[in-house]
Design a protein around this ligand. Structure first.
Ligand SMILES: *[C@@H]1O[C@H](CO)[C@@H](O)[C@H](O)[C@H]1NC(C)=O
Ligand SMILES: *[C@@H]1O[C@H](CO)[C@@H](O)[C@H](O)[C@H]1NC(C)=O
Ligand SMILES: *[C@@H]1O[C@H](CO)[C@@H](O)[C@H](O)[C@H]1NC(C)=O
Ligand SMILES: *[C@@H]1O[C@H](CO)[C@@H](O)[C@H](O)[C@H]1NC(C)=O
Length: 380
């Protein structure tokens, strides 16, 4: 029979935290778990603390098992998982389908079952499985399938995060039907950086490929446009609003890559914004898409439960001041979003009630350069 959906496939969406510091250490993750529990992050829905590459010792132990670097993780991953769980959070870990991780640590090739069992025995709840150092696409695909089955066989629910289509794409069109059978979310495009050009390139790529990637997203399997970099140094306020709004429209898993111990109240307000997170986590589970692009403006919509729509107006212009974008409400939801009338609620950059509009009217939305206005439109 077909290999069943792997562990974690009932989880609708994941929110988590990842720190991209080059040298991760136990203490960092302990402190982050404390902050996540104490300062509203967990309650907002960010429930995973995720370790990325570089946590391992350079060699496996005498039984062939992966082991944590003894200097940086002196208590071991099992203890760290216990600690994270005691804070009401979950622990994510990282490995690679090939012979080595991207940073050159031991990869899981030839050890898929053993590594899955090791992770499960430690109490790990999520695995980010990278795609570096695989000699062929056949080995890559086989490795992603086998690790999915190995995780399932442990009996522990472990969210499975893949980079499979990203590594395939330069050579062949990924089969997303198959990828969704094995993975809970998957990266399609390059790593995010703390810069507007990176955010823009991810949005442009997504719009360009929306015909092949939007329809496959749904409960159990999501496109992953990579992490939120809000709260760092590279994005202006308007650009941070754009990332949060557009990641909600794209139904992205929300992983933050920032330092929650040192974050501005504005960034915290944006990342913990309940209305945006509700759009991101909407139970209908449909990914949004770009409806039209008009000079520097982009209009996106995401169908939501209750016949509502999230609507984003993004201004790509990088010079001058705010500009208006005006469009007929018949553009939305194939003409049905506002039929015969609708209530319009602004979610970002600030919460505001816009009142009721009739089907034949237009909306005029003023948007700052590189900013986004996110609206929720509900038919009456
Ligand atoms: C493993 O896959 C089966 C079949 O799809 C599923 O019913 C089960 O919940 C999975 N087990 C875990 C631990 O995810
Ligand atoms: C790992 O290395 C071995 C030995 O060189 C090789 O046979 C195997 O194909 C490699 N695995 C992958 C996934 O590239
Ligand atoms: C894609 O994968 C699915 C599920 O494994 C399979 O049924 C389908 O034939 C594949 N499509 C192509 C074009 O290979
Ligand atoms: C945008 O439109 C509103 C309402 O029509 C108007 O008050 C505002 O001045 C316009 N803004 C710009 C930048 O033209």
């Amino acid at each position: 029979s077909t290999p069943g959906p792997k562990s974690g496939c009932h989880v609708l969406r994941f929110l988590s935290w990842w720190c991209c510091l080059p040298v991760p250490s136990e203490q960092l993750f302990v402190e982050m778990a404390d902050v996540m529990a104490a300062e509203g992050w967990r309650d907002a829905g960010y429930e995973f603390v995720c370790i990325d590459d570089c946590w391992m010792a350079p060699t496996r132990d005498e039984h062939g098992r992966l082991q944590a670097d003894p200097k940086r993780f002196p208590s071991g991953i099992r203890k760290l998982a216990d600690y994270v769980h005691s804070r009401g959070l979950k622990l994510g870990i990282y490995s690679d389908v090939g012979n080595k991780t991207c940073a050159g640590f031991p990869g899981s090739y030839n050890h898929y079952d053993l590594d899955a069992q090791t992770f499960a025995s430690w109490g790990v709840d999520l695995l980010k499985f990278d795609g570096c150092n695989s000699d062929t696409l056949e080995l890559l695909a086989e490795g992603y399938r086998r690790m999915s089955l190995a995780l399932n066989n442990t009996g522990r629910s472990i969210v499975y995060s893949c980079e499979w289509p990203f590594y395939l794409r330069p050579v062949q069109q990924p089969n997303y039907t198959e990828i969704k059978q094995y993975c809970n979310h998957w990266r399609n495009f390059f790593d995010v950086y703390d810069s507007w050009s990176s955010i823009k390139s991810i949005l442009d790529w997504t719009a360009l490929h929306q015909d092949s990637i939007v329809k496959i997203a749904g409960p159990g399997g999501w496109n992953d446009p990579d992490m939120l970099v809000i709260g760092n140094f590279g994005l202006s306020w308007d650009q941070a609003v754009t990332q949060m709004a557009m990641w909600a429209v794209m139904a992205a898993p929300l992983f933050m890559s920032n330092d929650l111990r040192h974050i501005s109240p504005e960034a915290k307000w944006l990342l913990q914004n309940k209305e945006v997170i509700a759009i991101n986590q909407d139970p209908l589970g449909k990914q949004g898409y770009q409806i039209t692009k008009d000079k520097n403006f982009e209009l996106w919509e995401r169908p939501l439960s209750g016949r509502a729509y999230a609507v984003a107006v993004l201004n790509q212009q990088e010079i001058g001041g705010p500009q208006n974008f005006t469009f007929p409400l018949t553009f939305l939801g194939n003409g049905l979003a506002c039929n015969p009338a609708c209530a319009v609620q602004q979610v970002l950059p600030a919460s505001r009630d816009w009142g009721v509009y009739s089907w034949v009217s237009s909306l005029s939305v003023e948007v700052n350069p590189t900013g986004t206005v996110l609206l929720k439109v509900g038919a009456l």
